[in-house]
Each structure stands twice: as C-alpha cells, then as structure tokens.
Write a protein that binds this ligand. Structure first.
Ligand SMILES: O=c1[nH]c(=O)c2[nH]c(=O)[nH]c2[nH]1
Length: 297
C-alpha cells in the first residue's frame, strides 16, 4: 500500500502584536492576533526531515514584529498583504501564503469628558478580521468581524415549522432574537484600499438590518443581513455568516402564581441553534483560493 503526502501548510499561529504610534503626546495603539501559514514544495521535511526549505515558524513570527516596526501597521488588510507578499517573493520554494489577522478594539478613556492621550479601555468581544491569501502573483482578501453580540427584544417570530413526535417547541409570534455575528466578506479581486471605510459600512449594514428587519426566522435575517452588505459595499461580492441562535426561553412562573408576558427569560448558553449561510452578488467572480482552508463559515 502506497502512502503520499497530501495538501499541507504550516506557520505561526496567534502571534499577539501590540504597537504604539506616537503623535506627540497622543498615542495610537493597534492590538492584533496574527497567524501565518505557508505553502509550497515542502515534501522534503515531511518525507525525510530535510529542513532546507522550511522557513521556520519562529522566523515567520519575527517577520511579523519586524514588519510592524518598519512601517506603521495601518489597515490589517494592508499589513496582511505586505506579509503574504514578502514570504512568497522572498523564498522560491514558498508559492503561497495565508495571513489571518484579528484586531482587538480599544477606546480612549474619557477623563472629564476629554479622550485621554494614552489610556484605553477594551471595546469588548468584537473583533475585526481579515484572511489574505497570496498564491504566486494572485491575491484574495476576505475580511469581516467576529463576536458582534446583538439582541432585539421583539420583532422576531418563529412558527410554521413541521411537527413530529419529537417536536415540543411552541410556535411564537413574539420572541427575543439574539446572536453573536461572525461575518466574512470577500472583496472582488484587485480591490486595493478603503478597507476601513468598507468595514464600517458593512458593519452598519449588518447592524441596521438586524434591527430593522422583522424576523420570521434567523435564516431570513441572515439572508437580509448578507444582502445588505453586498448592496452597501459594491467591492464585496460574497458574504458568509455564522449566527448562533442565543436562545432566550420564557420562564414558567405559574408555579408561583405569576404570569409572564414576555418579561422574564432564561438566557441559555448551550445548546444553541447554529444558522450559517452564504449570500452572493449575482455577478460574483470565481472565488479562487479566497476561502481555501478557512473554516466553512
Ligand atoms: O430562527 C430560527 N430558526 C430555526 O431553524 C430554529 N429552530 C429552532 O428550534 N428555533 C429556531 N429559530
């Protein structure tokens, strides 16, 4: 029985990088988690342990820090593109690179109503993300956000689903709808900037649609949210969304002689429904390697 080496990639995962840029007394910080993965002709190390083609993951980590010093990091998409291009252009055996970045947000602390020069508080769980793929001279950018937690206390229904001997869920025309949005959007090839503005516009489209769309299912809300991003940002061709349904169950207060008119809920954390889907522009170009080895959603 023969054995062959299949697809592989390797790199440094979750490098925690923080930079401080000084503008006189005013400091600007960037807080990133960066992961690199390289591909190419790496059969030798797998088959015989010959490491002559292996750009060490330690070197990859050092490159991230050095690049953060050589030039201000800027938008995460641009930083990821600089890193990916460097690895592919510097080493003949490395033909492809995938750079993932998560950006953690910080807000200036307000002191007496004035934003402080160099003291910050974490913005919360939400992260801005990018996944850049470089393959030879081709590049793909998939950006997004993760863990944007939202809730609406009405404007959500769920009914009309099939019932069998295992169905106990009551139909409802008024429930809490809550989720933690993870979204990835694929830019059309050749997009070269305006990343932050596109991020802000896409984020607003997601939030406004969640708020305004009267929901008959989280699936319907997902499709509306993805479509709103594509309509708001022409440079985006495809949106993938992963929406955990953070169930809020009405508590039965009748044992205590109390009614419950959608006022008291149990916020359950597990299990949760997981609603995932892709929304595409009609003229979305072929994705190429944009999603290659990214988690499905
Ligand atoms: O919006 C929903 N979609 C479902 O598929 C589902 N399934 C479920 O039990 N509750 C819900 N809610």
């Amino acid at each position: 029985m023969g054995i062959t080496l299949g697809p592989n990639q390797y790199g440094k995962a979750e490098v925690r990088l923080v930079t401080v840029e000084r503008e006189g007394p005013v400091h600007h910080i960037k807080d990133l988690t960066v992961s690199t993965a390289l591909r190419g002709n790496l059969a030798a190390t797998h088959l015989t342990g010959d490491n002559r083609d292996v750009v060490a993951t330690d070197t990859q980590k050092n490159t991230i820090f050095a690049f953060a010093k050589r030039q201000p990091v800027g938008d995460i998409e641009d930083f990821a593109l600089r890193l990916g291009r460097h690895f592919v252009s510097s080493f003949g055996q490395i033909t492809g690179a995938r750079v993932l970045i998560e950006e953690h947000g910080w807000r200036r602390i307000e002191v007496g109503g004035t934003p402080h020069d160099h003291a910050f508080s974490r913005s919360g769980e939400e992260k801005r993300t990018t996944a850049v793929t470089v393959d030879g001279d081709q590049e793909w950018v998939v950006s997004g956000l993760a863990d944007l937690v939202v809730l609406k206390s009405t404007g959500s229904e769920f009914h009309g689903f099939p019932r069998d001997e295992y169905t106990t869920l009551a139909e409802t025309d008024d429930r809490i709808l809550a989720t933690a949005v993870t979204a990835r959007w694929r830019y059309r090839e050749g997009e070269t900037g305006g990343w932050s503005r596109a991020h802000a516009t896409a984020r607003s489209a997601l939030l406004e649609t969640f708020a305004r769309k009267h929901s008959l299912s989280l699936q319907q809300t997902l499709y509306a949210m993805g479509g709103a991003v594509i309509e708001a940002v022409p440079a985006i061709a495809e949106v993938r969304l992963s929406l955990p349904n953070k169930h809020h169950f009405l508590v039965d207060l009748s044992p205590f002689g109390l009614g419950n008119d959608n006022e008291v809920f149990h916020a359950a954390d597990r299990p949760y429904g997981l609603i995932e889907g892709t929304v595409l522009s009609d003229d979305a170009p072929d994705p190429g390697l944009a999603w290659h080895t990214l988690p499905a959603f």
